[in-house]
Design a protein around this ligand. Structure first.
Ligand SMILES: Cc1ncc(COP(=O)(O)O)c(C=O)c1O
Length: 385
């Protein structure tokens, strides 16, 4: 057995990121400034996005997008229960009603058929989450949204870089929110990015920084002006240059880091494909998966233990794991406010009871991967039914 605990998802930062932070701290500008602009430009190029706005989280990007779109009381936002609560909390923040619908059994992404049943004249936004980095069925969702006068706002917290039908997630005109949280495929410790059409991103920029008129951030520099106007009561969601400095280095490394993620996924698939008790994550032919998460589903009828015990056994073998996600409708706030039953979304509920996410990050060595494979195989065999 492994001697030391293998963390589920430590941040993958090195000396280059440390040097970049130190250099920023020694520079005359540490909050939103030239490095943040460079990260926006580099990210725009990398994604092929029309425009990008760097923020201090994906949550901030989602909230800013909804507020910029004017979503509010009386409006509905259709989204998935199989997500981190942030995707739905932001709908509450703007006073709109989240309408949860069930997911697809293979990808665990929002089901277009379920969206079609729920969409109506109150629907202002359809909010898919690219679960684990696997793009949602965007073409159908876009068609449904546009024929009902709604907008698709993508939660791409897990999906950098991912492609749907050959096109990078974030390359379209609709708003797309990315996360650079510590565990994500690229990190700025805390951070996020909103991509979308230029005019939308311009308005979001104002909304994200107190509602101050354009380029207010330059007001302390020589070319700036002391004058600004507040045009809307906006938020304080800007990214710092310290964070952007980390992001610039991470973006440079992203393709190499993705390569390592794919190597680990290939080894896991090969090993776990042999185990009867494991249902493997899928990658549909029309997508390129970002492989943010490697999520197994246990076939509980092939095991004598449940998911919680499976995790306990892996922990005892020094392997860190996680569960993505506790579906939103099971959390007390949502359960009580909307009166959800646990089995209201049967696919999500069934998946939840069987989900285990394994360590997947570029810092995993071959022997770490061996250890994960050995531990999962051992537990699956010992508790086989
Ligand atoms: C699907 C999803 N959406 C949104 C978020 C929020 O991201 P952030 O922490 O950058 O606000 C997360 C964070 O883990 C997430 O997993």
């Amino acid at each position: 057995m492994r001697a030391e605990f293998l963390d589920f998802s430590p941040p993958c930062v090195g000396e280059d990121e440390i040097d970049a932070v130190v250099e920023t701290l020694k520079s005359p500008w540490i909050t939103t400034g030239p490095r943040t602009r460079r990260l926006e430009e580099a990210f725009t190029r990398f994604i092929g996005a029309p425009a990008a706005l760097a923020l201090n989280s994906c949550t901030a990007a989602l909230h800013t997008a909804l507020a910029t779109l004017g979503v509010g009381p009386g409006d509905e936002v259709i989204t998935t229960p199989m997500t981190f609560a942030a995707s739905v909390n932001v709908v509450e923040h703007v006073g709109a009603r989240p309408v949860l619908v069930d997911i697809e059994p293979d990808t665990l992404n929002i089901s277009p058929a379920a969206v079609e049943r729920a969409i109506g004249k109150e629907t202002k936004v359809v909010l898919p989450v690219h679960f684990g980095g696997h793009p949602a069925e965007l073409d159908t969702l876009r068609d449904l949204a546009s024929s009902n006068g709604a907008i698709v706002l993508e939660d791409a917290a897990h999906a950098v870089p991912a492609k749907y039908k050959g096109r990078m997630i974030g390359a379209g005109d609709n708003p797309v929110a990315f996360s650079f949280y510590a565990t994500k495929n690229m990190t700025t410790a805390e951070g996020g990015m909103l991509t979308g059409a230029g005019d939308l991103v311009d308005r979001a920029r104002i909304m994200s920084l107190h509602g101050m008129s354009r380029d207010a951030w330059k007001r302390y520099s020589k070319e700036g002006s002391w004058f600004y106007e507040v045009v809307v009561p906006g938020f304080k969601y800007n990214m710092t240059d310290i964070a952007a400095a980390i992001g610039l280095v991470q973006l440079d490394k992203l393709c190499r880091m993705q390569q390592r993620r794919r190597e680990v996924v290939a080894r896991y698939n090969e090993a776990f494909g042999q185990l009867e008790a494991m249902e493997l994550p899928v990658e549909r032919p029309e997508v390129e998966h970002a492989w943010h998460l490697y999520t197994l589903r246990l076939r509980l009828d092939r095991l004598s233990i449940d998911r919680a015990q499976f995790i306990t056994e892996l922990t005892a073998r020094n392997i860190g794991t996680s569960v993505h996600f506790i579906p939103v409708h099971l959390h007390p706030y949502y359960r009580e406010k909307y009166g959800f039953e646990a089995r209201e979304f049967p696919v999500a509920f069934d998946a939840y009871q069987r989900l285990v996410s394994l360590p997947l990050h570029p810092g995993l060595s071959e022997s770490d991967v061996d250890d994960v494979i050995e531990a999962v195989t051992d537990v699956a065999q010992k508790f086989a039914r």
